[in-house]
Design a protein around this ligand. Structure first.
Ligand SMILES: [Zn+2]
Length: 374
């Protein structure tokens, strides 16, 4: 068994994903190491922050430096110096979200222009699986078709059909030792298509299932409604992975709907724009109101930024474009989110998730700096 459930509370679950590189308590947030690095942080720092599993991007690693280079150097774990679990995506999101690079898509695969040099490239389900086998990730994702919001229903329907067809072809391809393989459900906000997608993929019996094609720019309320519908169609005994959510409110909302895993660049990308995730909302550390602020970014946070440095100092670093400022914000934002998920898990174990999440969402909904500052 690659997944065990230890406690449930309503539809929220606390479990453990068992991988070739160790166990991952769930719910689990996966920091994104797009190019075999979580930008500006080293693996020891990630471990100390509480990271239990990382995400790597098949698309980017395929083009730079190439899975052959990584395989020759011992696989992705050895290459990036991280010996914990790694999930690799399939490249489908990049291929289909970088829309102006898409050239043609058919039942066999998809042709697109590489963002690196503009050359025409082709991904097939077989190639996506082989790249991930060469990378040696612990969880490999099936190549899927992820469409932007608002596309005609017949396009969504074709994406569901083709994603299922591709999953079927990937189901029994060779894997890295101990590698798990997850399929990705699609269907946008359409309940009937989400159900159809789940039905087709669940019949193929994967190790886990992702909810894909959401958090791509649609409104939040229908997105969460679709998450509820999508999760309900997936087998209770298998892990569920919501692709691409990492804001504190969103994470709580998907956990409450029975999601076990999620990833997002938000904590680190937000850091690089100079913002901190806190219980007071998102703070823009460039703001003059922090110039003499002696407090840490967030009271009670045990990250390296909060235990040693003031808001005034971090504001100074960020405004002077000092690398340390962006690093400290990255450390803090990841810690904030990882701690939030640990707290969610504890609440599920105590059977107190409903009250914990209501309280957390109310705190997070307090007026943010942007609303307070004209
Ligand atoms: Zn902190």
């Amino acid at each position: 068994m690659s997944f065990t459930i230890e406690a449930t509370d309503g539809t929220a679950r606390a479990g453990v994903l068992h991988t070739a590189h160790g166990d991952v308590p769930t719910p689990a947030f996966m920091p994104v190491g797009t190019k075999a690095t979580v930008k500006s942080l080293d693996p020891d720092e990630l471990r100390t922050l509480g990271t239990r599993i990382l995400l790597g991007n098949t698309y980017h690693l395929h083009f730079r430096p190439g899975e052959d280079v990584i395989a020759e150097l011992g696989g992705l774990h050895a290459f990036m110096g991280w010996d914990g679990p790694i999930l690799t995506d399939s490249g489908g999101f990049q291929v289909f979200s970088l829309r102006d690079t898409l050239l043609a898509s058919d039942d066999d695969g998809v042709t697109f222009r590489s963002v690196y040099d503009g050359s025409a490239e082709r991904f097939t389900p077989e190639l996506a699986a082989r790249i991930q086998t060469d990378l040696g990730s612990d969880v490999a994702m099936c190549l899927d078709i992820c469409l932007p919001p608002g596309v005609p229903r017949e396009d969504l329907e074709r994406a569901v059909q083709r994603t299922t067809l591709w999953a079927q072809r990937q189901r029994d391809l060779p894997r890295a030792p101990g590698q798990l393989r997850f399929a990705i459900t699609q269907g946008g906000l359409d309940r009937e298509l989400r159900a159809r997608s789940a039905e087709g993929l669940v019949a193929l019996d994967f190790d886990g299932y992702a909810i894909g094609g959401l958090s791509v720019g649609e409104e939040r309320a229908p997105m969460f409604a679709a998450t509820t519908a999508a999760a309900a169609e997936l087998p209770a005994a298998k892990p569920r992975y919501f692709m691409g959510i990492g804001d504190p409110e969103g994470v709580i909302e998907v956990i409450s709907r029975g999601v076990d895993m999620f990833d997002c660049v938000l904590p680190t990308r937000t850091a690089r724009t100079g913002s901190a995730l806190t219980w007071e909302g998102r703070l823009n550390m460039r703001n003059a109101r922090f110039a003499r602020d002696p407090r840490p970014l967030d009271d009670g946070c045990a990250c390296p930024a909060c235990t040693r440095f003031t808001r005034a100092y971090i504001r100074h670093l960020v405004n002077q474009d000092e690398i340390l400022g962006l690093r400290l914000l990255s450390l803090h934002n990841l810690r904030f989110l990882l701690d939030l998920v640990v707290a969610a898990r504890e609440a599920i174990e105590r059977g107190a998730f409903a009250s914990w999440s209501a309280d957390a969402l109310a705190r997070l909904a307090l007026p943010t700096e942007r609303e307070l500052t004209p």
